[in-house]
Design a protein around this ligand. Sequence first.
Ligand SMILES: [Zn+2]
Ligand SMILES: [Zn+2]
Length: 331
Amino acid sequence: MISDLDFGKEDSRGGWAPNKRVSYGPAFRWPPQPWAFLKWVFGFPGYLLPWNTLFAVGAILIWAYLTPSLETLKTFSFGWALLILVRNLVLAVLVYGAWHMWLYVWRKQSTAFKYNRSWPKTDSSVFLFNNQNADNMFWTLASGVPIWTAYEVLLAWAYANGWISIVDFSENPIGFVALFFLVPFIHEVGFYFAHRLLHWPPLYRVAHKLHHRNINPGPWSGLSMHPIEHLLYFSTILLFFVIPSHPIHMINLASRLGLMPAQGHTGFDRVVVGEEQTMDVSYYAHYLHHKYFEVNYADGMVPLDKWFGSFHDGSPEAHEAMKARRLRRGV
Ligand SMILES: [Zn+2]
Ligand SMILES: [Zn+2]
């Protein structure tokens, strides 16, 4: 059986940290590195595979089989809005549930590659029902999915009525495909700015604090947010009012915002998939955000935290720099 000590180190309190530093892909490196860029685009895991492609294909299937026709969407009705809500609830239960069952219920790899070796709390009054996971599921399903759905319904209705000009594959295949490449960037930049705003102290206290009770997150922590945070977080979808696109692209962004937090909060660096094989599912940058709060507001491709001075790559040097920033702010 593969050991996580080949990939990282245990600290004195029993936590585990990867040797590999958090880094952004080469998309924004200067001078450009064409070879590294191509490897990043086509590698596994890379820009295309598996997640961005999976979510793009997922959006096409959701549009084709799980969304009412444009003709139906033209006239608002609670009937079809409810259908979209049920579809999103089912998707959320399947996706969050799959990560959770595999890693936290069946504990397929025990605590191997787990950043924090302890399991979610079942006796903490910080959480609803004294149970971290039940609390997380409550906020996800009772607030997160309905607010995600409300934005999606509004946009679907707008497309159907011609308030957003539709980019159709048959008329503009290049534009149609290019928009799929743009969606992950819209997702990340939108998330960064919404997240920065949520750390503004008054908003943090009323809203974002709820998400940050998850110091040791699991998949269901991902969308466990206060309704005010859900409103802000999903508002990136409104950008499609000004981006000529197809409803598929909007669904692509909406389902990424709705479902990707599951993988962003697994608490594991790698999933063990065989005797000697693991798959990188690392969102260590965001784990560090949950641990230290004012670092790594974004994660992934766009080095926003580097540009705005809040980057923590997991190294002792980055840690010292974070402590120096805190001292300067008098915290
Ligand atoms: Zn989070
Ligand atoms: Zn935060």
